[in-house]
Design a binder for this molecule. Structure first.
Ligand code: FAD
Length: 391
């Protein structure tokens, strides 16, 4: 019975569940895990201040596990640094999560992302050119996991994301493009829930962390659609990454450490041009069939506006660490949408595609998060369902 639930081709995609699991295990997961640890991919530039345009009264979350450990400038790669602000002591290298010392200078060097564009992405609301309030965060030190962010504030964000911006499905007839927006958000929501379940605070008194498989079942596995949407989102983002392969292969991964930078480039290449991937799932998602009708351009503008609203909502997430991962992953999705639905189509992608450094970091880390979620659901799903459903 369980096998039937997730067999055949992932809805609206071009590969089946079994192939996705196999490729993820053999190719994608191992490469992505290595890639996100490299200097280039582990530092994300972000404005963490709560800058919510919708509910200005919503305060910042005060939970310890909610706060983000920012990077002292001495920690991020040489080429990212502002030349005027070198020479911090080695104490600054220690992550001081939750302590006042963690408050570092939030300003960053405006030249840090030199060589990369600052072109506008029509799918996102972020103004990444404004550096004054931005900081670098070491993603490896701030894992996406349980933070204790629950209740009306969290609920309000998800409600707004679903009801205001992507109409309920399948309660009314939606066109294919709107369904896709819904599925992307639902898939991302599943992935966030999976990460909460995979790394949960089991005992506050002893600060014991571990898996919460009941939560995995209650929030994700119980609803096969949520699992399907997770696989869909994974394939959608994978397609964006492989479509932009030529661009991503040639991108500048310089961080000032030539050995590591070469390694980054080589793992990226392995991921992008893996023969197993190309043989088993050459086209994870076929974007060419969208926006076809007469109203295509108008529909695209509307959905772009809806996605921009979702992106703006991430500034309202009342927990710093959740906001970090929310912003990163929505930027990653916005980047995938931009790659797949670039104005000039695939033929010209090589010449016209312009991505910001932060977008490449977000896209890759998002793919890794989705890959981790697929791994966890695939590994734990069958036994958890057997226990919970008593069969
Ligand atoms: P929620 O997950 O809040 O879901 C609300 C409602 O949405 C559900 O009742 C259901 O009707 C619907 N729903 C749930 N899942 C799906 C799905 N996959 N597809 C479609 N509909 C669905 N908490 C953390 O501990 N760590 C984090 O890193 C974290 N990051 C977050 C990032 C964002 C952007 C947001 C908005 C919240 C984040 N949270 C995080 C909070 C977390 O997502 C939950 O909101 C919280 O744990 C409360 O969960 P809940 O059981 O009330 O259901």
């Amino acid at each position: 019975k369980d096998k039937d639930k997730y067999s055949g081709v992932v809805e609206d995609c071009c590969c089946d569940y079994e192939t996705v699991n196999h490729l993820n295990e053999q190719v994608l997961h191992p490469s992505l895990q290595e890639l996100v640890k490299t200097s280039f991919f582990r530092y994300f530039k972000v404005k963490l201040w709560c800058d919510c345009p919708f509910w200005p009264e919503d305060g910042m979350c005060r939970l310890r596990d909610c706060s983000v450990c920012e990077c002292p400038e001495s920690e991020f790669p040489e080429s990212f640094k502002n030349p005027l602000r070198r020479g911090l002591s080695s104490d600054d290298l220690v992550c001081q999560e939750g302590k006042p010392q963690a408050a570092v200078d939030r300003t960053v060097d405006s030249k840090a992302f030199r060589g990369w564009t600052v072109t506008d992405n029509p799918w996102t609301s972020d103004d990444e050119t404004d550096n004054a309030d931005m900081t670098y965060v070491n993603l490896q030190l701030n894992p996406e996991r349980y933070t204790g962010y629950i209740g009306p504030s969290a609920r309000r964000i998800w409600d707004a994301v679903y009801s205001e911006n992507c109409p309920k499905y399948p309660s009314e007839e939606l066109c294919q493009e709107e369904k896709i927006l819904y599925k992307l958000i639902s898939g991302l929501h599943s992935s966030i829930s999976v990460h909460i379940a995979a790394d949960y605070l089991l005992d506050e008194a002893t600060n014991t962390w571990g898996e919460n498989l009941k939560l995995l079942y209650d929030r994700v596995l119980r609803y096969p659609d949520r699992v399907r949407n997770l696989y869909f989102t994974f394939l959608f983002v994978l397609r964006a990454v492989t479509k932009a392969a030529d661009y991503l292969e040639q991108a500048d991964y310089e961080t000032g450490n030539p050995t590591e930078d070469l390694k980054t480039q080589s793992i990226m290449k392995q991921l992008l041009y893996n023969p197993k991937l190309q043989a088993a799932c050459p086209l994870p998602f076929d974007e060419a069939k969208l926006w076809k009708g007469q109203s295509g351009p108008e529909l695209k503008q509307r959905i772009q506006g809806q996605f921009r609203n979702i992106s703006a909502l991430m500034d309202c997430v009342g927990c710093e660490k959740c906001r970090l991962w929310g912003k990163l992953q929505v930027l990653g999705l916005g980047t995938a949408l931009n790659i797949l639905f670039a104005v000039n189509g695939e033929e010209h992608l090589g010449q016209t595609l312009q991505l910001q450094r932060n977008e490449v970091i977000a896209l890759t880390n998002l793919l890794n998060r989705l890959s981790e979620s697929v791994t966890f659901v695939h590994e734990k799903g069958p036994s958890v369902e057997t226990i919970m459903e008593g069969h």
